[in-house]
Design a protein around this ligand. Structure first.
Ligand SMILES: Cc1cc2nc3c(=O)[nH]c(=O)nc-3n(C[C@H](O)[C@H](O)[C@H](O)COP(=O)(O)OP(=O)(O)OC[C@H]3O[C@@H](n4cnc5c(N)ncnc54)[C@H](O)[C@@H]3O)c2cc1C
Length: 382
């Protein structure tokens, strides 16, 4: 991908912000374990949240490629802060496309200003891969819906300002056809949350969301009744490509640090970078990340051109975290015993990136999507 002059100028700005403002405190933020809302608001002011959303709603009306570039640069400094921006792009687009105008006018500007973080609630305790096979119910009651059930493994669970909830409005045996999507403000009575003690991504967190007779007005439904799953899930092709570049950003940070170290650190009287046993694995990592990066930007460019990109997005989603993790691991090893210390960021990046080998669909599910695109339903018929 060759960025144009405007994209390169924006890239310089985001790069400076990420390296000067995010990178130095990436590890400190994990220790604190809280999402720095003032930092998120600052990013909103700089236009780094929901850049792809309409200008009238606080975005920049940027294309998918430009948004990907922003996410990649942010992830270089802090993988989890990039996830906040990514979530605002994904959820903002879902609201704009499927939400009632009143809902959009109230919430999307708050999101782009960094004042509201929205969680996506799809996974339930009985499983996430078979995503449409969900049980949480939404019952129509006059001019309201009443939601009951549990969502689990939800990013931002205990710190979100609103939830995008998938619920069953049809019969249990209707599968995806009986699923609708709803927007539920976190302040709605009947919601409670828990928080998990996770391997990584502490500042954005993960937990369960319980909905106990949660009443929301009809205009909080997103998309048509019974069509929420198929309509809203289309947005996930976008987030899968963005996740790919997010992982590339984190891996590039570790690569840059490892290359620099290979020039400074000496063994046997010479810089370790002189040993091909040190430089070749880094050269391979550089190649892997560049290949995944180009795949991701190609996928985002297909999206911008209005062309199908489901297959490519699934490739980005499994290859990004997998390659990102492997490359960061190699960088950690380059630092010898220092790499094993929590003083360096590689271990944190590895843990953070690994979460997306599961979150938003596992590698196996992504490969099922790719196989289905090639051989149709035969690839997923049980
Ligand atoms: C960091 C993180 C963030 C997350 N954030 C969110 C969120 O914000 N919102 C949300 O709704 N969910 C979220 N999730 C949940 C995530 O989407 C699910 O964990 C994921 O979809 C897998 O579901 P599961 O964990 O129930 O595994 P299961 O579906 O129980 O699968 C278990 C294992 O079996 C494999 N498997 C299942 N079916 C098949 C098959 N057909 N072929 C081959 N292998 C198969 C899976 O790959 C997996 O390895 C998050 C998870 C993580 C780790």
């Amino acid at each position: 991908m060759v960025f144009n002059d405007d994209q390169r100028a924006l890239q310089d700005t985001v790069r400076r912000f990420s390296r000067e403002r995010l990178l130095p405190d990436y590890q400190k933020r994990e220790k604190l374990g809280v999402l720095d809302r003032a930092l998120v608001a600052e990013m909103g002011q700089l236009g780094l949240l929901g850049a792809d959303l309409p200008e009238a709603l606080g975005g920049m009306g940027a294309d998918a490629v430009t948004t990907g570039m922003i996410i990649e640069e942010l992830a270089y400094g802090d993988f989890n802060i990039a996830a906040v921006s990514l979530g605002i792009s994904l959820n903002g687009a879902i609201l704009v496309r499927h939400g009632h105008p009143d809902l959009v006018a109230e919430w999307v500007p708050r999101m782009t200003r960094g004042e509201a973080v929205i969680a996506i609630c799809l996974t339930e305790p009985r499983g996430g891969s078979d995503a449409s096979n969900l049980q949480l119910r939404a019952r129509r009651d006059g001019d309201h819906y009443v939601l009951n059930g549990e969502k689990t493994s939800i990013t931002f669970a205990d710190r979100a300002d609103g939830y995008l909830v998938f619920a069953r409005t049809g019969a249990a045996d209707e599968g995806a056809k009986g699923v609708s999507a709803f927007f539920v403000p976190a302040s709605t009575p009947g919601i409670s949350t828990t928080r998990f003690d996770d391997v990584g991504s502490a500042i954005i967190g993960r937990g369960s969301v319980f909905l106990d007779d949660v009443r929301i007005p009809l205009n909080h439904r997103l998309g048509d009744e019974g069509k929420g799953f198929s309509q809203v899930m289309q947005g996930f092709d976008y987030s899968r490509a963005l996740i790919g570049v997010q992982c590339c950003g984190a891996a590039q940070a570790s690569l840059d640090e490892a290359w620099a170290y290979s020039k400074e650190r000496e063994a046997f009287g010479v810089p370790i970078g002189q040993f091909q046993g040190v430089s070749f694995p880094l050269a391979e990592g550089e190649s892997q990340i560049e290949a995944v990066r180009q795949l991701c930007y190609h996928t985002l460019a297909l999206r911008d051109a209005g062309l199908p990109h489901t297959r490519e997005a699934a490739m980005c989603k499994w290859m990004g975290p997998r390659n990102g993790f492997d490359v960061i691991h190699q960088c950690l090893l380059t630092f010898g015993h220092y790499g094993w210390s929590k003083d360096l960021a590689h271990q944190q990046r590895m843990r953070d990136v690994m979460g997306l080998e599961i979150g938003d669909g596992t590698a196996s599910v992504m490969k099922l999507i790719i196989a289905r695109e090639r051989i149709g339903r035969v690839a997923v018929q049980y």
